[in-house]
Design a protein around this ligand. Sequence first.
Ligand SMILES: NC(=O)c1ccc[n+]([C@@H]2O[C@H](COP(=O)([O-])OP(=O)(O)OC[C@H]3O[C@@H](n4cnc5c(N)ncnc54)[C@H](O)[C@@H]3O)[C@@H](O)[C@H]2O)c1
Length: 434
Amino acid sequence: MKDALLERIRSREAQVAVVGLGYVGLPLALRFSECGFRVIGIDTDAERVAQLARGETCIARYQNSRIAQAVKRGFRPTMSFAEARNADAILICVPTPLTAQREPDLSHVRAAADALAPQLRAGQLVSLESTTYPGTTEEEIVPRIEKGNLRIGRDCFVCFSPEREDPGNARFPTHAIPKILGGITPQCVEVGLALYGAAIDRVVPVSSTRTAEMVKLLENVHRAVNIGLANEMKIICDRMGIDVHEVIRAAATKPFGFVPYWPGPGLGGHCIPIDPFYLAWKARAYGVHTRFIELAGEINAAMPLWVLGKVADALNARGKSVRGSRILVLGVAYKKNVDDLRESPALELMRLLAEKGARVSFSDPHVPELRWAVHDEVPTRGSELTSEILEKQDLVLIATDHDAFDYALVLKNSRLIVDTRGRYLEPAANVVKA
Ligand SMILES: NC(=O)c1ccc[n+]([C@@H]2O[C@H](COP(=O)([O-])OP(=O)(O)OC[C@H]3O[C@@H](n4cnc5c(N)ncnc54)[C@H](O)[C@@H]3O)[C@@H](O)[C@H]2O)c1
């Protein structure tokens, strides 16, 4: 089985099925298609499948032309899990969010695995890519495959290979980001290395799927904890009248032993605010309390309220209250130069400001319109960024510092700016850092 599968991968006869065509699955599917594999994409979102089948993108940064070319080469999005039967490799890239109680929600992984299970046959590789706690591949994927009397490592092959996509970062396209790979058996690793090695410049094998799962969590916990530290330093610097961004920029000139992380209005995106809690939850089952993770979570989650306080203070210093003030929020995406709104602290800020009675609007070149209202009083349509609109505001809040904004225009025409991203390096009478 293994040799036949390796040969199909080597000759590019192998068909790759990517399950979940989102921020992670879509670029992966495109990459395998560009590397000469026949690729299908399975997704439960009918609108997304139809859009991609027409050669149109569902994620702004992947151009229509790249998708249309993949469709021409045979890339076929579908809602039918039955099609997975013909696939040689099945890569699962479905969401792994938190429940309302902030515990791991594996419902998408389980639903995808349940739907795939009846389609699995000998000679296939199944690889889970969704970020999750150590043990998920062994606990959720392996038993479903073994139920079908397939022997892992002989009949079929199972890996965990976490995605490391960095949305908006043009320096690292999919193929240039080394991929971690853990397998259930050495044979699984061999097949996984062959498949991913055909599309990714460097694949780094580790000793087990649990190790691979933990690698991804360490990477994200590392970011969350360091951003938490940067946010705590921001509060300390603010009290002491020191510019934290100047401090970090200067510290970053040290050529060893220091990595800069930047403070902000809070954590956003699918990964950093969520993934550390996958580990915290699993660690509890082992009697370990993850203090760094919880503390960083506490500090980072408090940031929108801290920024709200800075906005209120800045208005107060000019004899105004939050209630009734016109506040324009610049940037609603969770990070610069992307259109992704997931967990965005800007949305939380808009809601908090509106609750306090501010007249809130927003401007974001990547998000012209919100698909849902953050608050009854906040328009879902974004504003243009013109001198006339800026002049009408009591305060402009920089929540996300997209490069597309004209910061000189904002500085010149705004009465008061609260800058949560350290965009303005030089002190100015109308700029308050937060
Ligand atoms: N977005 C990132 O930058 C990023 C980076 C690294 C890792 N990850 C991880 O990758 C995984 C996927 O994240 P994403 O950002 O691509 O999510 P996403 O929401 O952009 O896309 C997920 C896709 O899966 C589909 N889907 C949901 N349930 C399904 C099911 N049962 N069967 C088939 N399709 C299903 C959805 O319709 C959607 O199209 C998550 O575990 C995430 O933590 C994300």
